[in-house]
Write a protein that binds this ligand. Structure first.
Ligand SMILES: Cc1ncc(COP(=O)(O)O)c(C=O)c1O
Length: 406
């Protein structure tokens, strides 16, 4: 396959954008001292991270129309649950380290807010001590969004232990079709009013896991038996029209794309069975290795830099979700990476009405920060392919700008 990007050969097959079940998923590996949000005293599993945020808001029993503080740098699935819970969204800006710019929040606005959603971006958790104090002083409930860090230490506490509630997303860390987690270190969780999925949905959940594995040629032996079955199944499926459009995002379309239809259901048995069975050590170790490979590639590249300096120590207690890379002039490079179907994305679909706030890095990150996936089912070769393509694109860009400047 040939791409149209200056003679660069496209990858023969898109790389997986999330974990994929394989025999290696069952391999045990010892990774000591990494805690997880799933070990908090109170936990209930949901269908997704967005469902967990929605349920966290319901637990707080806020009056209809109350305001919830949400960061300007977000993905739409962080905003949709707030609106669906009939609450108002108020945005806060970010410091260059990704923590809320608390000093910039107008006290009059803070007084109106009843909850605050604070994510640990990219799976690189940090202490929320100051955020916790600020929330306590203002009578604001803290929802710690651990969608990017199912595992890790957040300064003085384990991930998830700062929030009144913590929320997490299992599908980013396990080869499951869906699932999220609502947890708390402090507050018992009132029973969620969840409905069970149908038997058809349960079976489809298992099939989806196996189909994804077959698609990426995992589960060797079993996948060759299953391939004809999935081919036959897909003969009957109508091709879907392209989901992505180039038009401006609007709130209604964004809400629809967030697909909140299953937020009031229990997670599928396929997700719960795999979550209960799969060992954690390999997930953590492979993510650390992939992250370290990216860090080595981008330590000194003209036109790009790692968003954060990471020390070996902070990495040993993390299982990152992505490697965040700042690119000076990202537009063409990002479009090329998308065309090449490499496992890289950018949070450039910001909810309409998100304000421009003073000293907020959010809008800059939405434009300049590329998120390079580093999940456990990307091999060292996959990371090399993605990183070397990115380096190559950066070199072409540098050379082109030198020529145009001459
Ligand atoms: C920070 C953050 N919070 C919440 C979510 C929602 O998680 P899920 O996709 O499991 O609904 C996401 C999804 O990308 C996310 O990045």
């Amino acid at each position: 396959m040939q791409s149209n990007i200056k003679g660069i050969k496209a990858a023969p097959r898109a790389l997986p954008r999330g974990p994929v079940l394989d025999w290696s998923s069952f391999r045990r590996e010892d990774v000591p001292n990494v805690r997880s949000v799933e070990a908090l005293p109170y936990t209930v599993f949901t269908t997704s991270g967005r469902a967990a945020i929605y349920q966290a808001l319901l637990q707080l029993k806020l009056p209809v129309g109350s305001s919830v503080l949400v960061p300007t740098y977000h993905c739409p699935t962080m905003v949709a649950p707030v609106l669906l819970a009939h609450l108002e969204v108020t945005y806060f800006g970010l410091l260059p380290n990704g923590l809320p710019h608390l000093d910039a929040i107008d006290p009059a606005i803070a007084q109106k807010c009843k909850a605050m959603l604070v994510p640990h971006y990219f799976g690189l958790a940090q202490s929320l001590k100051k955020v916790r104090q600020w929330c306590d002083e203002h009578g604001i409930a803290l929802i710690e969004d651990c969608a990017h860090c199912y595992f890790g230490e957040a300064g003085e506490r384990a991930v998830g232990a700062w929030g009144d509630f913590a929320t997490a997303s299992l599908s980013k860390f396990f080869p499951v079709p869906e699932a999220g987690l609502l947890a708390s270190a402090h507050r018992p969780i009132a029973p969620l009013q969840l409905e069970k999925p149908t038997l058809k949905a349960q079976l489809k959940g298992w099939l989806d896991v196996m189909e994804l594995a077959t698609h990426y040629q995992r589960l060797r032996g079993l996948s060759s038996l299953l391939t004809p079955l999935f081919r036959f199944k897909n003969l009957r499926v109508q091709p879907r029209s392209a989901q992505e459009t180039t038009t401006e995002p609007i709130a209604g379309a964004m809400m629809r794309d967030c697909d909140m239809s299953r937020i009031r259901q229990t997670p599928l048995s396929a997700a719960m069975a795999l979550k209960a069975t799969l060992p954690r050590g390999r997930i953590i170790a492979r993510r650390q290795q992939n992250f370290a490979s990216y860090a080595a590639y981008f330590a000194d590249v003209p036109g790009a830099r790692p968003l954060f300096p990471q020390t070996a120590h902070s990495m040993s207690s993390a299982a990152p979700y992505v490697f965040p890379l700042w690119v000076d002039d990202p537009e063409e490079i990002y479009q090329s990476l998308r065309t090449l179907k490499l496992p890289v994305f950018r949070w450039d679909r910001i909810w309409p009405g998100t304000p421009a706030l003073p000293q907020d890095v959010g809008p800059l990150w939405s434009h300049h920060v590329l998120q390079l996936l580093c999940h456990q089912d990307l091999s060292a070769a996959d990371i090399d392919r993605t990183a070397s393509m990115l380096v190559h694109l950066l070199q072409i860009q540098q050379a082109t700008s030198r020529i145009s400047a001459a």
